[in-house]
Structures are given as C-alpha cells and as structure tokens.
Design a protein around this ligand. Structure first.
Ligand code: PSU
Ligand code: MN
Length: 316
C-alpha cells in the first residue's frame, strides 16, 4: 500500500471482504456547496450509499495524508473551512503530502486516491471539462486527463453548461473515454436531463453498467468511464431559467477576470445566487441520485461475476 494512504477501518473491512465500496469527493463539500448544506448533503449521500448496500469512502487529504473514508467530524471540518482548503488537483498532490497540508479532492484526485485504495466506482455531481472559450483560454479540466488514465468509473449527472459540452465530449472521445448514458441516449446537462449531445452508449440498469465496466477492466483498459445519469425530472430545472443564469454567471466571471481553478467554484456559487438557491436544491438531488446508481452498480459488480444481459447472450 502507498505510504501516504490511510484507508479507514470501515472501508478497509469492506474492501478486504470483497464488498462494494463507492468513493465520494470532497471538493464538492468545500468548494461546490455552501455550509451547512454541504455537510448535510455529504452525510446524506453516505447514508444513501449504505442504504443501497455499499460502503461510502469520502476522499480527502488531511495533514498530508491521503484519506479514503472520512469520519463525520472530518466531513464537518471540510464543510466549515470551505474554500479556505486548497482545491487539490493532480499537480498539488505531492506538495500537499510533502508539507503535511489539507486538500479538497476534485474528481481528478478522488479518482487517483480511489484507485490507490482499490475502489473503482465513484459518485459525484458534475465533472470539470472544456470551458466555454477554451479555444482562447486553454481552460480544460484535469478531470478529463484523469478519466483518460485511471480505471475508475465516475457516475455524474453530465456536464453543466458552464462548460462547452460538445467540446468536452470531443475531448473524451480523443482520449478514448467511453461516455455511457444511464437510461438515456442524450448526455445529461446536470440541471436538466438533456444536453442535445449524444452519449456513446446507453445502458438500462446498474447490472448492465457493471457488466460493461467489468469487461472494460478485463480488457485491461487503462482509463476510466464516464456515466451520465440524468437528474430525475421532478428535480430538473427549467432551461429558460437555468440557461440565462449560466450566461450571466459566465459574463460576470469574464468581467471580473476570474481564471484557472477559481473559475468553477465562482460559477457554481454565482448560478446559485442568481437562481435564488433553486440550483442548489437540484444539485443536491442529483448527487443523491448518482450515489444510488453508483452503489447499486458497485453491488452488481461484486456479486455478479457472470452477469450477462439478455440481449448479449446470443452473441457469446
Ligand atoms: N462541477 C460541479 N460541482 C463541483 C465541481 C464541478 O458541478 O463541485 C468540482 C469537482 O471537484 C470537479 C472540479 O472535479 O470542480 C473541477 O474543477 P476545474 O474545472 O477547476 O477542473
Ligand atoms: Mn480549469
């Protein structure tokens, strides 16, 4: 085991018994949502994973240690400190460990630490991607590179249109990352269920997703897979409300000259402010939904070594 890694007792017990474990990120807690909803959501998400038969492993860096599995007190600490904690991407990992500092794990570092710990399924809200205007700014999230090189399945609610969704999908195609729609052929758009862009493949159940992922791993594919799980219709936002809010947030971001790693947290907070908190409510609900699907998929992956969806049976 990596000398910088600490796996919690509960997570270690689950992993060594071959039981399902689902990784969760900590940037969504510190930078993605305001306190106290961030802590409430993080704890509720862990409960949903348990209710669906898996063990949650929230991932963060504390005092230079890579943690797979946090205590409720540690989650409270991340939630309360919020953006004061360093948002940790791949480039930050060694320095935070060397200096014994804290770091909030993005999708990138959560995938890295999950993989080190032997966890291969991860649930979150949204991933980073190619930002609008990236042809000038070159702002392309390290999350896409991590998906290209680390074999972890990331269940998200698609890309929000603070990003250029079309370019994000092109980038993933170049990097060989399969994009799977859970029950949909349309890439979900985070606050809404459809972006107008197609996913690569549609699956209809966690069992089918587990089968696909197992095949991906058995082939020795080095990268991850991205699952777009649409927000349930009852929690989706009206495109006529959310789209102008995103436009306004992006304009403000550009006007203020906000760049680099500050961009995504700024846009998330601004969209929430413009929508009077409605976007936060949708955000919380879609994370719950992703946690459920990820836990169910982790259970299928553990139990069904030989699961073959009916429609494939004739081809074998
Ligand atoms: N998108 C969200 N919520 C989030 C993030 C993205 O809807 O909390 C966070 C995730 O941790 C993601 C990171 O990995 O932002 C991407 O940041 P950047 O765009 O700077 O790569
Ligand atoms: Mn960026």
């Amino acid at each position: 085991m990596n000398k910088y890694l600490d796996i919690s007792k509960e997570v270690k017990a689950a992993l060594s018994a071959g039981k399902p474990v689902v990784a969760l990120e900590s940037t969504i807690i510190s930078h993605g949502m305001p306190y106290p909803q961030n802590v409430e959501t993080a704890l509720a998400v862990e409960q949903i994973i348990r209710d669906n038969g898996a063990t949650p492993a929230t991932i963060a860096i504390i005092g230079g240690r890579l943690k797979a599995g946090l205590t409720p007190d540690e989650i409270e600490y991340f939630g309360k400190k919020g953006p004061e904690i360093t948002k940790a991407s791949r480039r930050d990992l060694a320095m935070l460990c060397a200096k014994g500092l804290d770091g909030a794990c993005t999708v990138t570092t959560t995938m890295m630490i999950a993989h080190m710990a032997g966890i291969n399924i991860f649930a979150t809200g949204g991933i980073g991607g190619v930002h609008r205007g990236a042809e000038v700014t070159m702002d392309i999230s390290a999350d896409l590179e991590e998906l290209a090189q680390t074999p972890v399945m990331v269940v998200c609610a698609g890309c929000k249109s603070i990003l250029d969704i079309g370019l994000t999908l092109e980038y993933l195609e170049t990097k060989g990352v399969p994009v799977i729609g859970m029950g949909t052929e349309d890439m979900p758009a985070f606050y809404t269920s459809k972006s107008g862009f197609k996913v690569d493949y549609k699956v209809d159940s966690p069992a089918e997703l587990a089968h696909f992922f197992k095949t991906h791993m058995e082939l020795g594919m080095k990268g991850g897979i991205l699952v777009g799980n649409p927000i349930p219709e009852e929690y989706a936002m009206d495109p006529d409300v959310i789209n102008p809010a995103i436009e306004k947030a992006i304009n403000e971001c550009n006007k203020l000259g906000i760049k680099g790693k500050e961009t995504t947290p700024f846009l998330l907070a601004k969209v929430k402010e413009i929508t009077g908190g409605d976007s936060l409510e949708s955000n919380i609900k879609l994370v719950f939904n992703n946690a459920k699907i990820a836990a169910q998929t982790a259970c299928e992956l553990c139990k069904s070594n030989h699961y073959i969806p009916k429609k494939y049976k004739n081809n074998i």
